[in-house]
Structure formats: structure tokens, C-alpha cells
Design a protein around this ligand. Structure first.
Ligand SMILES: *Cc1c(COP(=O)(O)O)cnc(C)c1O
Length: 386
């Protein structure tokens, strides 16, 4: 096979929506000498990180920080908010909505799922009606379902579910698209380190305001017990040994995000989404993710007729060192996804599109060549107001 690669040590290009590329200073922070997690050195980093998390979550309330992947924070919400047998509503429009269903079922809850076709956005009025009818006190949803690229209007969802506790999975959207936790009255937001927060995988967070803690049930998880973790965090004396190195990384990454400003990040993500969609369409591919500015997290495209999506991703990786994300479940082999959350710029989008164009051609697909990259830069330059 013809190779365009010149180096012996392969250069890798990571264009997935998690893990995402991590800036060098964030990686370097994780390589600092180990300190004890109950000593003054760590407390300083811990306090600053917890403060920065509140700013990024746009909340005055506690953001609990766990050593876990994002799913750990999801499970913490279920373990602390719901009792076995209790009815909950899950809004599902993709693979991560089905994860809420699976976690709730494993915890013995009575799950009423409001399901949408993957790729569709949930309808707030419809969800509100189901919640009222079901009498559920807890509603779980995604802001961005990373499997489809759909970003839901969680502000409208909160307005529609009224007094029910709304738990929003913002694992791929926090720091990428606007999420006003306090101003919109979102009860609980969960997130993770390895997506738009441009840090290594391994840390998870949950914002837990006092009114939610009051409604909490006795936790069915020792490790994820919210009151235990809150008491420990309040004393800057973590309940369990935190991933010290990852907290150092997250501290630096959050500092970078906040220095630039969250609003600047939101604008950048809209522009990256526009660039990716323009490039995909320019080569004649069909978008799977929505064709509008809401789709600022991940761009999903259908694999053209006659090409196997699994083979395309393998070719991109093996021949060109480029990693894209496949489709989940029934979409496997049918779509591919380009992440653009966190530490991405327009050259990443151009590189991803150029590699896709080249690979599709090498696999014998008939696509429009030589236009995608130009369209990427044009679309990136268009004006955005958030
Ligand atoms: C990545 C992701 C998760 C899962 O996070 P893990 O860190 O893999 O546990 C959950 N929800 C959404 C929307 C995600 O993008």
C-alpha cells in the first residue's frame, strides 16, 4: 500500500470526542513529583481546582470531584438520588441515554424511558408531559449525546420538568457549549476530564447544590457517597486518595480555559463545527449530526455507499495515523465521527477532512476531491455570535 508517512516514529492524530488532545503544559503538570494528598502542597492545588470547576460549571454550589471516568459521576447521581423501585424518567436519544437506562436498571429503579431516534433532539414539552404523568421525581438526560452529535436544549428540559430533579450528563459538552447550571436551575450536572476540559481521562465531577443534597437518599455507594465526599472536600481533605497527578493536570487545563474565557471557547466550538460540516458536505458526504450551529461538539457523517465504515477507520489509522471515532451500536460501520471539543483548532479539522478525503479515494469511493479543505477555512472564518 502506498504510504504518505515519512517518519519512523509514527505521528498520531487524535480527532475523537474523548479522549481528546491534551496541551503539553497540561501533560507536563501530571509529570510533576508526587506529593501527599493530605499535605499543604496538594491542598493548594485541590482548592484552586475545585474553585475553577465552579466557574466552568457556572455554579456557586459544590462540584464534587471523583477519581473515575465520567460514568462514575453518572452512577453517583443514581446511587445518591434514587431508591430501589423508585420511578425515574430517562430521556434517551443516543448511546449515552441508553447508559443512563442501564445504570438505573442495575440499581433496581423503575425506568420510564422517553426514547427518540438516534440523531433526533428531545422535545421538552413531550418530556414534561411524561414526567408529570409518571410522577417521577428524578429525570436524567444528556446535554450532548456524543454518539450522534445532537445537543439538547437542557434549559427547555428543566423548564418542562418543573420541580423534578434534572440530572444533566454534560460529559462531552461542558466547556464546549453554553451550560448555565445556576441560571437555568439545572439541579445536577455531571462531567469528565477527558473531553472539552482537555485533560487526561480519569476524573469525574458532579455539581450538587444544597437543595439536591436535602432530597438525596441514603447513598447505595460507599465510594460515591455525596455527603461523605462533600464533607471531605469542604475540609480540603479528600475522602479517598485522589489521582493527584490528574488533579494537577486538570488545574492547569481549567486555568487555560478560564484565562481565555468560556465565551471564547463557545464561539470557537461553533466555528469548528461549521468548518467540519462544510468540509464533509464539500466532498459530497451526507451529515448524520444536525446541520446547524447546535452541533458544536462532534460532527458525524454517513459513510458513502460501497465503503465499509469499519474498514475506513482502520485505513485512516493504519495508513495515515489518524484516529476518528466509529458509530455506536446499530450505527457502527455506517457513520464516523470527528470530535472537535477542547484543544482543537481549524488545522485539526482541515487535517481530519484531508485524511478522510484521501482515504476514501484510496478505498475506491467516488468523492469530490480538493474542495473540502478550502471550505473548512472559509466556514471557520464566518462570524459567530453566542
Ligand atoms: C464520554 C461520555 C460518557 C462516558 O464517559 P466515560 O468517561 O467513558 O465513562 C458519558 N456520556 C457522554 C455524553 C459522553 O460523551
Amino acid at each position: 500500500m502506498c504510504s504518505h508517512r515519512l517518519t519512523l516514529v509514527e505521528k498520531r492524530y487524535l480527532f475523537t470526542p474523548g479522549p481528546t488532545p491534551v496541551p503539553p503544559e497540561v501533560l507536563a503538570a501530571a509529570a510533576e513529583p508526587m506529593v501527599h494528598h493530605r499535605g499543604a502542597d496538594f491542598r493548594e492545588v485541590y482548592a484552586r481546582t475545585l474553585g475553577r470547576l465552579k466557574e466552568v460549571f457556572r455554579t456557586e454550589s459544590d462540584v464534587l470531584l471523583f477519581t473515575a471516568s465520567g460514568s462514575g459521576a453518572m452512577e453517583s447521581a443514581v446511587a445518591n438520588l434514587c431508591a430501589p423501585g423508585e420511578r425515574v424518567v430517562v430521556v434517551s436519544h443516543g448511546a449515552f441515554g441508553e447508559r443512563w437506562v442501564a445504570i438505573c436498571e442495575q440499581h433496581g429503579l423503575d425506568v420510564e424511558a422517553v426514547r427518540y431516534e438516534w440523531g433526533e433532539a428531545p422535545d421538552a414539552d413531550e418530556v414534561g408531559a411524561v414526567v408529570r404523568q409518571s410522577g417521577a421525581g428524578v429525570v436524567l438526560c444528556q446535554q450532548s449525546d456524543t454518539s450522534t452529535g445532537v445537543v439538547a436544549d437542557v434549559r427547555a428540559l428543566k423548564a418542562a420538568v418543573g420541580a423534578a430533579t434534572l440530572v444533566v450528563d454534560a460529559i462531552s459538552s461542558l466547556g464546549a457549549v453554553p451550560l448555565e447550571t445556576d441560571a437555568w436551575g439545572i439541579d445536577v450536572v455531571v462531567s469528565g476530564s477527558q473531553k472539552a476540559l482537555m485533560s487526561p481521562p480519569g476524573l469525574a465531577m458532579a455539581s450538587v447544590p444544597p437543595h439536591v443534597l436535602e432530597r438525596a437518599k441514603p447513598s447505595r455507594s460507599f465510594y460515591f457517597d455525596w455527603p461523605r465526599n462533600k464533607r471531605a472536600q469542604d475540609a480540603l481533605d479528600a475522602a479517598f486518595t485522589p489521582a493527584v497527578s490528574l488533579v494537577r493536570s486538570l488545574d492547569v487545563a481549567l486555568g487555560l480555559i478560564l484565562d481565555d474565557g468560556l465565551d471564547a471557547a463557545f464561539v470557537r466550538h461553533v466555528r469548528l463545527g461549521r468548518a467540519a460540516r462544510a468540509g464533509v458536505k464539500a466532498m459530497g458526504l451526507e451529515l448524520f449530526s444536525p446541520d446547524d450551529d447546535s452541533a458544536a461538539v462532534v460532527t458525524a457523517a454517513r459513510v458513502p455507499e460501497g465503503v465499509d465504515g469499519t474498514a475506513l477507520l482502520a485505513h485512516l489509522r493504519e495508513a495515515h495515523g489518524v484516529t476518528l471515532a466509529p458509530g455506536h451500536a446499530h450505527l457502527k460501520g455506517k457513520i464516523f465521527r470527528i470530535g472537535h471539543i477542547g484543544w482543537f483548532d481549524v488545522f485539526d479539522i482541515a487535517s481530519a477532512l484531508a485524511a478522510i478525503e484521501l482515504s476514501l479515494t484510496e478505498l475506491g469511493a467516488h468523492i469530490e476531491r480538493g474542495v473540502a479543505v478550502a471550505r473548512v477555512f472559509e466556514a471557520f472564518e464566518t462570524k459567530v455570535t453566542v
